[in-house]
Design a protein around this ligand. Sequence first.
Ligand code: SF4
Length: 577
Amino acid sequence: MSRPDAGLGRGPAGRRTLRIYFIKPSQYDADGFVLHYRWGIIPNNTLTVLGGLNDAYAQMRPEMHLQTVLWDELVDDPIAPAVMQSIRAQGAADRVEVIIGLAGVQTGQYARARDLALQFRQLDLPVVIGGFHISGHAPSREFLQSLGVIVVVGEAETTWAWLLDDYLAGQLRPCYAVKGGVRAKTGVGDITVPLIHEAALPAIDARYLGRFFNPTLSTIDTSRGCPFACSYCAVKNVMGRTPRAREPARVIEWMRRAHDLHGVRSLFIVDDDFFCSPSWEPILSGLGALRRQGRDLTFMMQADVAAAADARPAAGEPATRRCHRSQRFVELAAAAGCYAVFIGFESFNPANLEHTRKFHNVDRRARRQSTRDLERAVAAVKARYQRTVETWHAAGVAVHAGYMIGLPFDGEGSGIQAAKDLTEIGVDVASFFPYTPLPGTEDYEHAVAAGAIVDYDFNHWDCLHVINQHPTLTPREVYREYCAAHRGFYTWRRLAWALATSYRVPGLTAAARYGMLTQQLYYTYAYRRGWHPMMGGIWRRRDESARREVVWDDEARALYAAGTTSRLSSCSRTGAG
Ligand code: SF4
């Protein structure tokens, strides 16, 4: 397989050239190998957004030449020590300056990202790191900074050009946080977040898309931030609770060009809750217009329960403004080519939803009932979820449910019950997650204070391990419930029926049926292989040249950073030869 940086050479004579590697780290498997696959499922949006920011910087500084490499370890080769050496050597041979950017680091990828960062630092290359884990976990930031790794906190829109300017001036700082923008509330205080109205749109990299099972699928974030305050979620704390949107006309033009010039036929709108975007209406209308002009674009998105549950007024009740808004959203989404919507159901138990502050999944009456009659309150939540699924199905759109196992009010049998209930209400695809109080969230702070974390090896915080103590179940029992949930949902019977009928669910469009058929196959395959479908891919590969050597930060410091200092100046021109 050719490397993502194959074919790059010297920059134009007389122009300073930066070769910037945006690397999405993978994680280690149980044997210490770096997880990677022949084909991925969904491209990483952070990588393409950073690629877009690089393109924008190049336009701003025509005296510079920028080369951008997007490298996703999950689908490209793992970055073994020999590869790092060659990155440095090739940079020197080409007389370009190399910068390493470890992008979109989530907690489960921290160990791999840290090991890469320190090994690149050993080669005296400048290393920048960012992502939800880096933004949300101060001890990891402090550790990396102490060894000369530059950390970026929050979104990169206002920091990336600032950081590159500092690099060019030989004045890199240890930490970059969002400057300029608006103040936004979080779950615990407030932060500054960038306005993204005019921000650079994601780059489309044909080589990168070619690494995925569906090479005509691309991603875009049209808005950021979420107004809700779920206690387990880092989104609201890193991106704030004030939704901000890209300029709709620019988004639609990006989609048109993606289709016409790059062959993109399917989009994943990765906004955490597209229904909360200030711009869903013009964007859905614009997408609908592209389709009416003959473009066969379809998309999937994420939205909250209320987006469809509120579209149907309860029997005998008048349609409210909220109801009209939901109806319009569903209608426009269907006309715009939406074939699937991902919804965080998370639990049928209103006590769990209350506990995690996921109030918007429960209607007001059920919230009052939950303290008096739990059985009726559970039935009310189930009815609300069912209304959501039926509304989407009636519009031709399939429903993909997110569901957590191991919330405090779960107990023995919760896993199989969840599978039964999700099947009964007609959910098409379900992603199950063991409850994980991620760094950067209120739940993490509480779990740490209560001494409830039983496994601090962040490599295990990966949607496959149980890392905290449940009030009544052991971690092993929670894991059993998690396995019972996905085995109970992805049965051979379900798969056989999906294959035999080409996923014939009344109401679904042809695109939704095809999407669900392939997802049934993939999810059954991934769960049965012991992978989490959202973190996996197709055809697992094993590369002996990149293995885990250490677990803890101190061990990583001893192995990779002996003699490395936090001094930044030594790396500011490395690779220029
Ligand atoms: S609705 Fe989703 S994105 Fe918003 S706070 Fe809750 S979990 Fe996070």
